[in-house]
Design a protein around this ligand. Structure first.
Ligand code: 1HE
Length: 272
């Protein structure tokens, strides 16, 4: 296994970033390998998410071609020692952590295979939009391995230990609707429309006040893991900090003055 221990100076050809005003689109560009993630690609993702361009307030993470991501490039681990395997998994953890606990909300646009490390990557994002072609699996169980990219921590929080056990032991594949019903995706759209929907959501997400974004990305997941006692205290502190900002005062005043949109159900009908 050939590791690249430090961040690369330049992005590898297997991942791109395109900045569209406040939204960046990060794309896995390895369609010939179904966007399987090798070490160079993983470190490319780390480089992007560790240092997103200053003007970027939301990221859409997508995969080129018919599949979002077929997981770990199985070639990366085929001749690795046990210790190299541990280090490799810890490297994945580091990168997934940067995505989940970075500065910017990440919205995944999913299609086709979202499997193994691809599902682990998607579960590190904050929102997931699936199209009708999406399918989910954890074929690690069939390959004689175990998840290594944080899946055993993040996936049970999304779908429960029970469903994850089924996926791993039986090789079960969830189709897009089953994934939506289980809680893997937040939105399910017709085939070919995931990127457009993700971009639409990213525009809304980018308009969120800085301190609200901070609270949702940094405080909420920690509060959810804390004891209720600690959680309530953290919530009060975070809430007071956000509320005290000029931005919050302006937004609340705008509503009271009738200058802000009311809360209403979308006219497009209920969203899946
Ligand atoms: C790959 C990989 C990969 C495809 N590593 N090369 N992931 C898996 O167990 C992979 C499962 N992959 C599949 O079931 C299928 O490839 C797909 C359903 C995703 C797509 O099928 P299909 O028919 O469109 O493509 P294909 O012919 O299977 O694959 C096209 C090429 O991509 C082929 O290489 P080629 O040189 O013969 O053209 C495949 O070998 C290659 N390819 N997936 C390497 N994953 C942090 S730990 C995470 C643990 C894991 O993620 S375990 C891996 C789970």
């Amino acid at each position: 296994m050939s590791e690249i221990p430090t961040l690369p100076d330049a992005l590898p050809g297997t991942v791109s970033v395109e900045v569209r005003s406040q939204v960046a689109v990060v794309t896995l560009l390895r369609a010939d390998k179904r966007n399987a993630i090798d070490t160079a690609t993983l470190l490319g993702l780390e480089r992007i998410f560790r240092h997103p361009p200053a003007q970027v307030r939301a990221v859409v993470l997508a995969g080129d071609g018919a599949h979002f991501c077929a997981g770990l490039d199985l070639g990366s681990l085929s001749d690795a020692s046990v210790f190299e395997g541990v280090e490799h998994s810890r490297m994945w953890h580091r990168v997934m952590e940067v995505i989940q606990f970075g500065r910017v909300p990440v919205i995944c646009a999913l299609q086709g295979a979202v499997i193994g490390g691809g599902l682990e990557l998607a579960s590190a994002a904050h929102l997931r939009v699936a199209d009708a072609s999406t399918f989910y699996a954890l074929p690690e169980g069939q390959r004689g391995i175990f998840v290594g990219g944080g899946g055993s921590v993040r996936l049970p929080r999304l779908i429960g230990v029970s469903r994850m056990t089924d996926l791993m032991l039986t090789g079960r594949v969830y189709d897009a609707q089953e994934g939506q019903d289980a809680g893997l995706s937040h939105y399910l759209v017709p085939a070919g429309q995931a990127l457009a929907k993700a971009l639409e959501l990213a525009e809304k997400v980018a308009a969120t006040a800085d301190l609200t974004t901070f609270a949702v990305l940094q405080a909420l997941p920690r509060i959810a893991e804390a004891s209720p006692d600690q959680g309530y205290l953290l919530e009060s502190l975070m809430s007071a900090v956000a509320q005290g900002s000029d931005e919050a005062k302006q937004r609340m005043r705008a509503f009271l003055d009738g200058r802000a949109a009311k809360v209403a159900v979308s006219t497009e009908g209920p969203q899946q």
